[in-house]
Design a protein around this ligand. Structure first.
Ligand SMILES: Cc1cc2nc3c(=O)[nH]c(=O)nc-3n(C[C@H](O)[C@H](O)[C@H](O)COP(=O)(O)OP(=O)(O)OC[C@H]3O[C@@H](n4cnc5c(N)ncnc54)[C@H](O)[C@@H]3O)c2cc1C
Length: 390
C-alpha cells in the first residue's frame, strides 16, 4: 500500500498504539479522540511479554520502563485461608523464556507513554474533543464527521473507540450488551514501608466462592493496584462508577485477614460492569475496520485487554504494509486476529469460572494447583506470551 493517511477513532491504548505502528511503515495517522483532554482514568493494567515486546517495537517501552512494576511471580492463593496454592514464575524466568518482560502498570502511565511516543512522531496528528458521530465512505476515501459538524477525510478508518464503539454501531447497527454476571471494583493504595513482599513484589490472585481479588505493584512499585471481582448482574455505564469502600469490603467479608487489611487501606473505589457482546459477523466494511475492545470485550481474567489491543495494532501495520488494496489489508488483519482473540476470550472466561468455584470442585481445583509445578503451568501459556506478529 502506498503511503496514505489513516484515520484512527479513539486515542486510548489501542488507538495510540495503532498510530505508532502504522507510522513506522510509512503511514500518516490522524487520531480523533472524543474527550476534550487526556486526563487518563483507570487503575492497573498487566502487560505480558506478548505486549511488552510490541511496546518496544513501537517505541513506547522506554517511556514506560521507569513507571512499571516487574513482579517476580503470580501467587495464587485460597481467598479464605490465605494458603498459597501455586507460585507461577514471572521476573527473569518469563523474560528469558519469551525475550520480553512481564510488566504491571497504572493505565495512566501506559497511556502517557504511548502519548509521549506518538507526540514525538511528526506523522501522527492527535485531535481531542472530536466525537465521531458519522462515517461516509466513497470509492477510495472515508470521511469521519464529529457530532458538532467538523469532518476529516482519509483513505481508511480504524475504529479503536473501546467497548462502546460508535464506529461499530455506525457500521453494523446497535449491538445489545449482555451482563456477564460479574462486576469489578478497582482502587490503588500506597505501598507501606513494611509492605510484605507478597504484596509489594508479586501479582496476587485470591480465589473464593463467587469472588476473587487481584493485586499487583504499579507506579515503579510505589503503589499497589487492587481489583475485586464479584458476581452481580448490576449494569453501570462506562469505567468510573463510584462505590464506597464499605460496599466493597462487605462483598469480600470472610476472606483472609492479610488480604482484608490490604483492601481496607483503599479509600476511593470505582466499579464497572463486565459485559459480553455477541460475536460480529465481520470486523470491517469497505475502508473501515474495528480494533481493540471495539471488536468485542474480553473478560479481564487473563489480564490481556491491553496486550490484545497492542497485538491488533501491530497486525494492522503488518497488513497495511503488505497489501496495496485497503479492503485486502483489512481482510488479512481480521483473518490473523479473529482466532487469536477468540482463544484468549475463551480462556479468560474459563479462568473466571475456575476462580469462583465453591465446595468440592474448589477443593479439587486447589489440590490440582498444589500438585502442578508453577513452571509447568506457565509453560502451558507459551501460546499466549510467546506469540509473535510476523
Ligand atoms: C477511562 C477508562 C478507564 C479504564 N480503566 C481500566 C482499568 O482500570 N483496568 C483495565 O483493565 N482496563 C481499563 N480500561 C480499558 C482498557 O484501556 C482497554 O480494555 C484496553 O486497553 C483496550 O484498549 P482500547 O484502545 O480498545 O480501548 P480504550 O483504551 O477504552 O480506548 C477507547 C478510546 O476511544 C475513545 N472514544 C470512544 N468513543 C469515541 C468517539 N465516538 N469518537 C472519538 N473517540 C472515542 C475513548 O474516549 C477512549 O479514549 C479503561 C478504559 C477507559 C477508557
Amino acid at each position: 500500500m502506498s503511503a496514505a493517511t489513516v484515520l484512527i477513532v479513539g486515542g486510548g491504548i489501542g488507538g495510540l498504539a495503532t498510530a505508532l505502528a502504522l507510522s513506522q511503515v510509512g503511514f500518516s495517522c490522524k487520531v480523533l479522540e472524543r474527550r476534550a483532554a487526556f486526563a487518563e482514568a483507570g487503575a492497573g493494567i498487566q502487560i505480558g511479554p506478548n505486549g511488552t515486546r510490541l511496546l518496544r517495537a513501537i517505541g513506547a517501552a522506554d517511556h514506560l520502563r521507569g513507571q512499571v512494576g516487574s513482579p517476580s511471580a503470580i501467587m495464587v492463593r485460597d481467598g479464605k485461608s490465605g494458603a498459597t496454592l501455586s507460585t507461577l514464575p514471572l521476573g527473569g524466568w518469563i523474560e528469558t523464556r519469551h525475550g520480553a518482560p512481564y510488566w504491571t502498570a497504572h493505565r495512566a502511565d501506559l497511556h502517557a507513554a504511548l502519548l509521549a511516543a506518538a507526540r514525538a512522531r511528526p506523522q501522527i496528528e492527535i485531535t481531542c474533543g472530536f466525537d465521531v458521530a458519522h462515517i461516509d465512505q466513497g470509492e477510495l476515501t472515508v470521511m469521519a464527521r464529529s457530532a458538532d459538524g467538523r469532518s476529516v477525510t482519509a483513505s481508511s478508518l480504524i475504529g479503536a473507540d473501546g467497548f462502546n464503539s460508535a464506529v461499530r454501531r455506525l457500521l453494523f447497527g446497535a449491538i445489545a450488551q449482555q451482563p456477564s454476571g460479574r462486576v469489578a471494583a478497582r482502587a490503588v493504595v500506597a505501598v507501606d514501608e513494611n509492605e510484605p513482599a507478597a504484596f509489594a513484589r508479586n501479582v496476587g490472585v485470591w480465589l473464593a466462592p463467587r469472588a476473587h481479588v487481584v493485586h499487583y505493584p504499579v507506579r515503579a512499585g510505589r503503589e499497589i493496584a487492587l481489583v475485586v471481582v464479584t458476581q452481580d448482574d448490576a449494569h453501570f455505564d462506562g469505567w468510573d462508577t463510584q462505590i464506597t469502600a464499605a460496599s466493597v469490603l462487605e462483598q469480600v467479608a470472610g476472606l483472609a485477614p492479610p488480604l482484608l487489611a490490604l483492601l481496607h487501606r483503599a479509600r476511593e473505589w470505582r466499579q464497572w460492569s463486565l459485559v459480553t457482546t455477541p460475536p460480529l459477523a465481520a470486523w470491517s466494511k469497505g475502508r473501515v475496520v474495528l480494533a481493540g475492545d471495539a471488536t468485542g470485550p474480553i473478560m479481564p481474567f487473563l489480564a490481556q485487554g491491553a496486550a490484545m489491543a497492542l497485538e491488533d495494532a501491530a497486525t494492522l501495520a503488518h497488513a497495511y504494509e503488505r497489501h496495496a488494496d485497503v479492503p485486502a489489508a483489512l481482510a488479512a488483519y481480521e483473518t490473523a486476529r479473529r482466532p487469536r482473540r477468540q482463544r484468549v476470550a475463551t480462556t479468560a472466561t474459563r479462568n473466571g469460572q475456575i476462580y469462583h468455584l465453591a465446595g468440592a470442585v474448589a477443593v479439587a481445583r486447589n489440590l490440582t494447583l498444589r500438585a502442578l509445578p508453577g513452571t509447568n503451568v506457565m509453560a502451558g501459556f507459551d501460546w499466549l506470551y510467546g506469540h509473535q506478529i510476523p
